[in-house]
Write a protein that binds this ligand. Structure first.
Ligand SMILES: [Zn+2]
Length: 335
């Protein structure tokens, strides 16, 4: 049993309370490798932002759960070396699929877990979420639950269609389970292809696809039911078109990738939404930089030569999200 507090991690409780009060959102960035981890920490330190580093099932399969846990411990020390005296770093399990998965992460030092029972019948979702909360809270680990189904694909999480969260269920769910935060479905979606062209309209000026707007009416109805309760948005990459263009101009073939416009995320950040998950934008930033570098430097074969610009590009993207979209810069509790 590893106590996450002993390795310098924090849970989400205080940072979410401050974010809901302050009208901003904490970034939750997925990580799978060292360069992503470094870029996340460099961006968080430079902007003085709290940050959630999250680990999906795909990341655990790719990089090994134990190794990722030690990387998070290293991330705390790295942040201090970069000059942040009191880093606020959460190590979070993204889309925990069972009580056992959540327990194994809690036991090895994660400070926060998500139990995703959203595809289960309501009563089963309540039961498994409650069980995880009872276990996690013994160790002061915070728990995110989910109500409603997002469309799209994220590692092992896939769904054909979305179902918005039902505002009439949220009080019952939160009361019965004791969760610390709730992921809801209001039209965000996993992956880089969030919407089909048929769901979008065409911007007459740029010719680009414009996705349907998020269901802010559902979000407002949920906020009315649960005033001040921390709300989470998954699948909130914006799929920057310049990254898509760079990939396509350098041998890639990404067709009609569409994300959530940043102005909608900016609006959501000011509400009770206090955690916004961003994964695809980091993948796009990294791939665009690697493709461009290798196209321009066909003789390079040292991975450091192309991973260095990839890391820098991810760092710039993370800083942009923190400062210009979520507003979590300069929000550390202790400077
Ligand atoms: Zn998700």
């Amino acid at each position: 049993m590893v106590d996450y507090k002993k390795i310098g991690l924090v849970n989400t409780r205080a940072m979410f309370a401050k974010a809901v009060d302050g009208g901003y959102a904490i970034p939750a960035f997925n990580f799978n490798n060292m360069e992503q981890m470094q870029a996340i920490i460099m961006a968080a330190v430079e902007t003085k932002s709290p940050v959630i580093m999250q680990v999906s099932r795909g990341a655990r399969d790719y990089a090994n759960q134990t190794l990722l846990r030690y990387m998070a411990e290293g991330a705390v020390e790295y942040a201090k070396e970069l000059g942040c005296k009191h880093p606020e770093i959460v190590l979070h399990l993204d889309h925990g699929d069972s009580f056992e998965t959540c327990k194994s992460c809690i036991d090895m030092g994660f400070s926060s877990v998500m139990i995703d029972g959203s595809s289960l019948p309501y009563d089963e979702n309540v039961a498994v979420t409650k069980r995880v909360v009872e276990y996690a809270h013994q160790f002061d680990v915070t728990v995110e639950g989910e109500l409603g189904v997002l469309a799209g694909v994220e590692d092992e999480v896939a769904s054909e269609e979305s179902h918005y969260t039902k505002p009439e269920e949220v009080i019952d769910f939160v009361t019965k389970t004791g969760v610390d935060s709730l992921a809801i479905s209001i039209g965000t979606s996993h992956g880089a292809y969030k919407f089909t062209p048929e769901q979008c309209t065409v911007d007459p000026e740029t010719g680009r696809l414009l996705p349907p707007p998020l269901a802010f009416d559902v979000l407002e109805a949920i906020e009315k039911k649960l005033p001040g309760f921390p709300i989470v948005l998954h699948g909130s990459s914006s799929v920057p078109q310049d990254a898509v263009d760079t990939i396509n101009a350098n041998g890639g073939n990404l067709k009609a990738a569409v994300g959530i416009p940043e102005e909608q995320l900016r609006k959501a950040s000011k509400s009770a939404v206090c955690k916004i998950n961003i994964d695809s934008d980091s993948r796009l930033a990294m791939t665009a930089a690697v493709r461009k570098h290798l196209a321009e430097n066909p003789g390079h074969f040292d991975p450091r030569q192309y991973l260095k610009p990839a890391r820098e590009s991810m760092k710039q993207m993370y800083m942009h999200k923190i400062i210009n979209v979520l507003g979590s810069n300069d929000k550390l509790i202790k400077q």
